[in-house]
Design a protein around this ligand. Structure first.
Ligand code: GLA
Length: 498
């Protein structure tokens, strides 16, 4: 059975939306405010403004499943719950994600190219037998208690814990037998930075519950369940990209996904002498306050008009460039600009995937620049800080591509930088960005890791294949009879020439 059919068969519940959730209520991430960051001891290592210069070696030894990490998690659990745990501990991890290209396309049924990070959220789980789940997150107090015999509701005071509560509620609705659990969460993704700390928290909870309850749901069902919990229980109207990449990411590869059909393919990230660098603008974004929902509505409005002329289209993601040129005259401003971004961004995603498969890093870098300009000028979701970071990065030593990543209005950029210039790049960007905005960026060297999974207590790597049902591989990225032809044509066309 194909993915779409399997998911249609699934019986996930959509829970009530009380609208009180917020991206700002993040989990056990290592949450630093710009002020915290500037004042921290590690923040001052030779870069103007106190930003830390990171080298590729900074990522080494930090694997999510390293023995060192597992021992720290065990200590954290013991501090949270007392030294004597009541039973064996199990350890789970779900990554954050960085979207390489394909921004604001997922909710229109378009294409995206994200990658999972080696940073993410860990959960340490111990069973209890009293039908009560205790949730503790490092750095967040107090403990949140969830009585499984009562109705689970979104409570604003529970903050970050509403994300795991939404997952617990969805599992109960599907008939899972949760015995009662002590869960300790620890995360190292900055909150509100556009790196999907919420999807990471959702998926780590989902994989843990799936394992301890032996529910046996496949990874795609967990991804769908997590997205529905965020939409329905937390109240954030996100697309499927974040949960999908967190659930199905693969080490060393990006994930090319058609968000309408859920067909996907892993694209090896052979970047040669280049590295991906994430820079946090330290301007926090908030999906609720942003224009995210307004953009979604504008795309829906645009598609409604386009449907009158192209009734065969199932979603905006199916609209090709040629068809767009024919119908764009029917759309009012600024709806036409929004749709133009979506159409061209989809082309850029396919061109990027083709370039990466060919080892053509420079073309991918050029497409990243085009993508940022389109998000700035047509989709209008960047804002002064991300634009300043973009301007600083594109002129910095060794940079061949840079763009905002995530929802926008603050958060991070991702840049493609020559390895030998990493230090100079960061120094240049920090100085230039601070001069433009008064803010100090934070840099993260990107290590592309695997999807959500259980990790072994001995720190010996994964206990199970994170993607046991990789059946989306090789599926058609475009639906419709000429889907294959369209993909091939796009591959030959190269860049979209925005
Ligand atoms: C947020 C949402 C995603 C996606 C991006 C924009 O991260 O959660 O679903 O829409 O914004 O590409």
């Amino acid at each position: 059975m194909n993915i779409a059919a399997r998911l249609r068969d699934g019986s996930q519940e959509t829970v009530a939306n009380d609208g009180s959730g917020s991206e700002a209520l993040e989990p056990g991430s290592q949450v630093l405010t710009p002020a915290d960051r500037a004042g921290s001891a590690e923040a001052a290592q030779g870069v103007p403004g106190g930003s830390k210069v990171l080298t590729p070696a900074d990522g080494a030894g930090m694997r999510p499943d390293s023995g060192f990490r597992v021992e720290k998690l065990r200590d954290g659990f013991r501090q949270a719950y007392g030294h004597e745990e009541k039973g064996p501990l199990r350890f789970f991890f779900a990554p954050g994600r960085v979207n390489l290209i394909g921004e604001h396309t997922d909710y229109t049924g378009g294409l995206v190219l994200p990658a999972a990070l080696s940073n993410g959220t860990w959960a340490v789980v111990c069973e209890r037998n009293d039908k009560v789940v205790h949730l503790v997150s490092e750095g967040f107090t107090p403990k949140v208690i969830c009585d499984l015999t009562e109705e689970i509701v979104n409570t604003p005071e529970d903050g970050w814990a509403n994300y795991p509560k939404g997952i617990i509620k969805a599992f109960l609705a599907m008939g899972a037998a949760i015995p009662g659990l002590d869960i300790y969460f620890y995360g190292d993704i900055p909150k509100g930075a556009g790196l999907s700390s919420s999807a990471s928290l959702e998926l780590v909870t989902a994989v843990a519950l799936n394992t301890v309850t032996r529910a046996g749901w496949d990874r795609l069902s967990l991804v769908r369940l997590a997205q529905e919990a965020e939409n329905g229980f937390v109240g954030v109207n996100c697309g499927i990209m974040d949960q999908f990449s967190v659930g199905l990411g693969r080490e060393g590869a990006a994930l090319l996904l058609n968000c309408a059909t859920l067909a996907y393919r892993h694209i090896p990230l052979a970047l040669g002498k280049y590295r991906l660098v994430i820079a946090d603008s330290c301007k926090q974004r908030d999906l609720g306050e942003s224009k995210y929902n307004e953009r979604r509505r504008e795309c829906e409005d645009g598609f409604r008009i386009i449907k009158r002329y192209r009734p065969e289209l199932a979603n905006l993601g199916e609209l090709g460039l040629r068809e767009w040129e024919e119908v764009k005259k029917y759309l009012p401003a600024p709806t036409a600009d929004r749709v133009e971004h979506v159409v061209r961004e989809n082309h850029r995603v396919l061109s990027s995937a083709a370039a990466l498969e060919d080892g053509d890093v420079l073309t991918f870098g050029r497409l990243m620049l085009e993508s940022h300009r389109s998000l700035r000028d047509l989709y209008e979701v960047t804002g002064p800080e991300l634009d300043a970071l973009y301007e600083a990065a594109r002129k910095a030593p060794g940079c061949v591509g840079t763009r905002m990543t995530g929802a926008g209005f603050g958060g991070c950029t991702v840049s493609l930088v020559e390895e030998k210039s990493l230090t100079d790049f960061q120094k240049y960007v920090a100085r230039d960005y601070e001069a433009r905005t008064g803010l100090r960026p934070i840099f993260y060297p990107v290590s592309v890791g695997g999807g959500a999974r259980e990790i072994s207590p001995a720190g010996e790597g994964d206990q199970s294949d994170p993607n046991p049902e990789d059946s989306g591989e090789g599926g058609a990225l475009f639906s419709g009879e000429d889907g294959g032809k369209r993909e091939n044509k796009l591959r030959q066309t190269g860049t979209s020439g925005c």
